[in-house]
Every structure is written in structure tokens, then in C-alpha cells.
Design a protein around this ligand. Structure first.
Ligand SMILES: [Zn+2]
Length: 436
């Protein structure tokens, strides 16, 4: 089954080198295929954990409200610092040692890292993000609002719901005296919605020190999906930049002296537009083209930007090779110079066989409380699970957050009746991971 435009991430693409050239935003559209749950035998629920999850629900809603009322767009450093205060306080209350680090690039807000030492063997990391896509003042037009089974608010699903589930689950396990792990690490970043430019490396290197990473992006609400799911793959994102240098000349008096960069750019875009179709695991679409002008001058410089999606690691390298070869193979206008480069943003996320095995364990846990959990193999959007799984060392599964919809859009909401199941899932899964 396909469902429309669900997941994640609007990414701000880096500003080009010349100030006359442009910066822009690209919105990732996504959709996913839902697989049926693998037939797992049904066991009885862990009554204690289920009761604790039910008891935690009002506090989770309070926590959601507290976080939603802090506007924390990716560029809103004040708001992000307040968010960091809130989550750090909650982690401390669950016994974590906490640390804050400045994101290495971007707006300069803090990354929050919590660690807890146990008595077991497994090293487990939980990750989520504190930023939202919304501009300052969003609460004026889209306030926090409870309406039946839905609670509305900017960022409430993506990703404050994920943070709330994570923190409530950790508190329940801490109160229950669970220590069956070597290390529990929590990492919350302030820049996921702008490509994790200042935290992606830290996510990747921290994840490499762990056996398992659970990532807490939302799952789709009932109104748009057949049921809740976990995510096993997400496209990586890269950008192609093509630049043409021509020669300026008076467009009326002496056009023959010019070398039209815009014509050459058009030619090169057309001769490269289908190159990715022969390379498995990568797509290329030229989506932006600009030229210097003015209208009465033969164009001196022109530039095109291409959106690249990667579903097989390394496919972008092959694409880069064929792009370079193609533009070197010929030009429309003599004396023009064309260059093209491919820059990778967030890596693709591929959960692989070990991720699938963990997700199937999660499906069996959901069965204990009579709920079905689908597995989504791939979405076109990007997630930080791509950084966590970049080296392939850790087992990574995505979408342990709340069921919701409207992210990156309007009227974002979560479904209240997903709170208890999600907390049950996360607490039970963590105890299962600890046993192995
Ligand atoms: Zn998110």
C-alpha cells in the first residue's frame, strides 16, 4: 500500500559559493510501502510494564505540552536551548549523566547527550531531534490544542512525540531498577530538519560505539496509514551543482562576441538528465536553474542544481563518474566551460538483515498487546538513522515515536491512543535487547 507524503525532513541546501548565486530549500517528499507483519507467536503482555505505560500517559501529555509550547525551529537557538534544558532535566531525573555540546555547524544550539552505565553487556543508543521546521510565531496560528484522540501542535509528532516516548520509557525502566545493559546513551540533536549539518558526524561516530540504535521519528497516523509501522530504510540525499562559464557581450550590438552560458547549461542538463536511470539506487532531477542576466547581455554564468536521492550506498559515486564523463564528451557552444560536482548530505539508511530481525522482535512485542506493526522498507525522505547506520556497525531501526500526521505541513498532531503502546514497545524491546 502506498500512502502519500509522510516522512521527515525539509533540508536547507548549502548556499552556493558566490553571493550572486542562490540558496534554496528542497522539500523531500516521501512515501512508503507497508509490509504485512511477520507471523510471530503471541505471548502474554508484561503486565507490570503495561501498567507503568498506562500510568505514565498523563505525564507524557504534560511533557508534550511543555515541549510544544517552546518554539524550536532549526534556526531558533533560544528555543532550542530551552528544549535542551527540558530534556536534560528529564534525563537527569532518570539517573543519566548528561553533557551538552555545541553543534559543529549551523545555528549553534546544543546537542544533549545522556549516558547511563548498567551491569549488562549491550550498548544501546536512543536518538531523536529537538528542532522543528516551523518559523517563529507559529504557535499564534497553530496553537497547542487537544481534540478527542488528537493533540495538535507544531513539532508534536516530529519529533517531540518521539522525545516524550523515549524519556517516559527510560524513566519507567529506571524506576523499575532495570540495569541489564552495559551503556545506555541518549543523543538529541538540534538540527535534524536542516540535514544535521552540525550533529551528523557525532551521531555516526557515537552510533559506532553501540550495538543497537533506536531512532524516534514519528509513525504515520491512522488517518493516513493502515497502521503503525517501523521504518527500515530511507533515501540518502545529495546535490548536484552544474556551473557554466561563458562570455558576456552586448545582446543587441554584438551578440556574436558572447558565449551564452544559459544555452550551454540547457544543453548539458538535457544530455545528463537520464544518466541516473542506468544506475541502480540513485535518481537525479535537475530542479533549479539560474543565470546571471541582465536581459540585454549574453549570459556569462549559469548554474543548475539537481536533487539526488540515494537508496544504495555508493551509487552517487557512480553517478558522479558518468556526469563528469558526459560533460567532458561534448559541448554545444565552443569556449564555454562546464563543471559539475556531487555533494552528499545525509547518508541513506538501510536497516539490512539485522535491523529487520530487531523490527520483527518489535512486531512480536506489539502482538502481546494485540496490535499490528507494519515494516516500511523505504521512504524517500531522509532521517538521522542514515548517520547512525552509516558504517553498518550498529543495528538501527527508525520510527519509535508517536503516531501522527501533518508534519512539515499544517495542523500537526499526534494520536493519544498511540502513547501507551509505543511506551510499552520501547520499554519491552529495550529489556529484550538487554537479554541478548
Ligand atoms: Zn523528524
Amino acid at each position: 500500500m502506498l500512502w502519500p507524503a509522510i516522512h521527515y525532513e525539509t533540508r536547507t541546501i548549502m548556499t552556493m559559493r558566490s553571493s550572486t548565486f542562490f540558496s534554496l530549500r528542497s522539500v523531500a517528499l516521501a512515501c512508503g510501502l507497508a509490509l504485512g507483519a511477520a507471523g510471530a507467536a503471541q505471548a502474554a503482555p508484561d503486565a507490570k510494564l503495561l501498567a507503568a505505560a498506562e500510568k505514565a500517559q498523563p505525564a507524557v501529555i504534560d511533557n508534550l505540552k511543555e515541549m510544544v509550547l517552546i518554539e524550536s525551529g532549526s534556526l531558533n537557538v533560544d528555543g532550542l536551548m530551552k528544549m535542551a534544558d527540558v530534556v536534560e532535566g528529564r534525563l537527569k531525573a532518570a539517573g543519566f549523566k548528561t553533557e551538552r555540546r555545541k553543534a559543529s555547524a549551523g545555528a549553534g544550539a546544543d546537542i544533549v547527550i545522556g549516558t547511563l552505565k548498567g551491569t549488562g553487556k549491550r550498548k544501546i543508543m536512543l536518538q531523536g531531534h529537538m528542532d522543528t521546521v516551523y518559523a517563529p510565531g507559529i504557535l499564534n496560528s497553530q496553537p497547542y490544542k487537544v481534540d478527542g484522540n488528537r493533540i495538535y501542535g507544531p513539532g508534536i509528532a516530529d519529533d517531540k512525540g518521539g522525545l516524550a516516548v523515549m524519556m517516559a520509557s527510560l524513566k519507567i525502566l529506571a524506576d523499575a531498577g532495570w540495569r541489564d545493559y552495559d551503556t545506555l546513551t541518549v543523543l538529541m540533536n538540534p538540527d535534524e530538519e536542516v540535514g544535521s549539518v552540525g550533529s551528523g558526524e557525532l551521531i555516526a561516530t557515537t552510533a559506532d560505539l553501540h550495538d543497537t540504535v533506536l531512532s524516534f521519528e514519528p509513525t504515520a497516523a491512522k488517518s493516513v496509514a493502515k497502521g503503525e509501522s517501523l521504518l527500515l530504510g530511507a533515501a540518502g540525499i545529495a546535490q548536484a551543482t552544474m556551473e557554466v562559464k561563458g562570455r558576456a557581450a552586448h545582446a543587441g550590438a554584438a551578440p556574436e562576441l558572447g558565449r551564452n552560458a544559459l544555452y550551454e547549461l540547457s544543453y548539458q542538463m538535457l544530455q545528463t538528465k537520464d544518466l541516473a536511470k542506468d544506475i541502480p539506487g540513485v535518481t537525479l532531477n535537475w530542479t533549479v536553474a539560474r543565470a546571471t542576466g541582465p536581459i540585454n547581455q549574453i549570459t556569462e554564468k549559469a548554474q543548475a542544481l539537481g536533487d539526488i536521492r540515494i537508496t544504495q550506498p555508493g551509487a552517487e559515486k557512480k553517478l558522479n563518474e558518468v556526469l563528469q564523463a558526459k560533460i567532458a564528451s561534448g559541448k554545444l557552444i565552443p569556449d564555454t566551460e562546464t563543471t559539475v560536482k556531487v555533494e552528499v548530505g545525509r547518508p541513506a539508511f538501510i536497516a539490512g538483515a539485522k535491523g529487520l530481525a530487531l523490527a520483527q522482535k518489535a512486531q512480536a512485542i506489539y502482538k502481546e498487546i494485540d496490535r499490528e506493526l507494519a515494516l516500511t522498507p523505504m521512504t524517500g525522505g531522509g532521517t538521522d538513522a542514515g548517520y547512525a547506520g552509516r558504517s553498518g556497525k550498529a543495528t538501527v531501526v527508525e520510527s519509535f515515536g508517536l503516531a501522527g500526521f501533518g508534519y512539515h505541513a499544517r495542523d500537526e498532531y499526534i494520536e493519544v491512543d498511540s502513547i501507551v503502546p509505543r511506551i510499552y514497545l520501547v520499554t519491552r524491546l529495550l529489556t529484550e535487547i538487554g537479554k541478548n
